[in-house]
Design a protein around this ligand. Structure first.
Ligand code: TYM
Length: 336
């Protein structure tokens, strides 16, 4: 009889704060799709995390539904995979509280994202922003994930999650799988098209800095053409050529070509040709996703049913871990 193989588990979430950009896509979402067949995957919309920046309620509701539709449009809901919204699974908050009590104030204070966001949102430095990483750790540990596909900016949060899991396991015995980050070789840090020393960000006030994954071909072309480059007029990957390096990363990610191949392809050609080719590659990469997304968004009944099924499946997995962790720390279940 063939040996029964259990697949490793993968988990990742995305915030519904704005339409994802090509950095989210290349750094994370594409890898999620790439792992969807070989692993048991849990993918979700981190709508509770989004509350840390106090979005407008109607916008949050709409963007959460849209983000969910995007995950489905990427084809993530197949096999045993679970796709869900974080707020539909109350166990996330239950475990987050518990983990807060096993996370030191000092280690949470060292998170660079907390420092950056405190500066960006100086008028609303709420406690949720501070405990953001423990909610993220709960997301991961609830599902006993082995791998977490993320962009480079989330690496520090994952390190914190590993430390907390190891601390808890050390105190109470094996409870949580200690997860590994999965950071792709290409595109783990896509930079702004306008300021290529800064990461591409959904909250960039300059709309030309980021290509949204729902942009039209004309918008994509316009943004690529206006991308900041340098005066050398030679397509090569080198220190100090941040703009070109970034466009090469995007092009490499969308075409599968290595940097060397790209340099040969554009030898003797100007940046104009290269920018057009980058735009075309992005348009082609996003086309099937955009078509499927539009189709799904017009089928709300299906989205509602898929969200309910995702929540049920996620809750079944998450409840087991919360039960186990509650028992370990000595919370009385009122039964024995
Ligand atoms: P979020 O919503 O900011 O981003 C989603 C994913 O996109 C990656 N990313 C990038 N990759 C490459 N270049 C960029 N410029 C770029 N910007 C963003 C992010 O690293 C992320 O993988 N905290 C998470 C959401 C989250 C989560 C989790 C992730 C909540 N719980 C549990 C993993 C596991 C976030 O804000 O991602």
């Amino acid at each position: 009889m063939p040996e029964l193989q259990t697949k490793k588990k993968v988990l990742s979430l995305i915030q519904p704060t704005a339409v994802p950009h090509i950095g989210n896509y290349v750094g994370a979402l594409r890898n999620w799709a790439g792992m969807a067949d070989d692993y048991d995957c849990v993918y979700g919309v981190a709508d509770l995390h989004a509350l840390t920046i106090r979005p407008e309620p109607p916008a949050l509701r709409r963007q959460s539904l849209e983000a969910f539709a995007m995950l489905l449009a990427l084809g993530l809901r197949r096999g045993n995979n679970v796709v869900f919204l974080q707020s539909h699974v109350p166990e996330h908050c239950q475990l987050a509280w518990l983990l807060n009590c096993y996370t030191q104030f000092g280690e949470a204070s060292r998170m660079t994202q907390f420092k950056d966001k405190s500066t960006q949102h100086a008028d609303n430095v709420n406690v949720g922003l501070f405990t953001y990483p423990t909610l993220m750790a709960a997301d991961i540990l609830l599902y006993q994930a082995d791998y977490v596909p993320i962009g480079a900016d989330q690496k520090q949060h994952l390190e914190l999650c590993r430390n907390v899991a190891e601390r808890f396991n050390g105190l109470y015995g094996q409870t949580f799988v200690v997860p590994e980050p999965y950071i792709g070789k290409i595109g783990s840090r896509v930079m702004s098209l306008q300021e290529p020393t800064k990461k591409m960000s959904k909250s960039d006030p300059n709309p030309k800095g980021a290509i949204s994954i729902l942009d039209t071909p004309a918008e994509i072309l316009k943004k690529c053409r206006s991308a900041v480059t340098d005066s050398e007029a030679c397509v090569r990957h080198a220190d100090g050529k941040d703009g070109i390096n970034n466009l090469m990363t995007i092009y490499a990610a969308c075409t599968g070509k290595a940097f060397g191949e790209i340099e040969q392809e554009f030898a003797g050609k100007g940046y104009g040709d290269f920018k057009n080719a980058v735009a075309e590659a992005v348009v082609e990469e996003l086309r099937p996703f955009q078509e499927e997304y539009r189709r799904l968004l017009s089928d709300k009944a299906y989205l509602i049913q898929a969200a309910a099924e995702g929540a049920d499946a996620a809750r079944r997995l998450a409840a087991k871990t919360v039960g186990k962790a509650y028992r370990k720390v000595g919370l009385w279940d009122g039964r024995r």
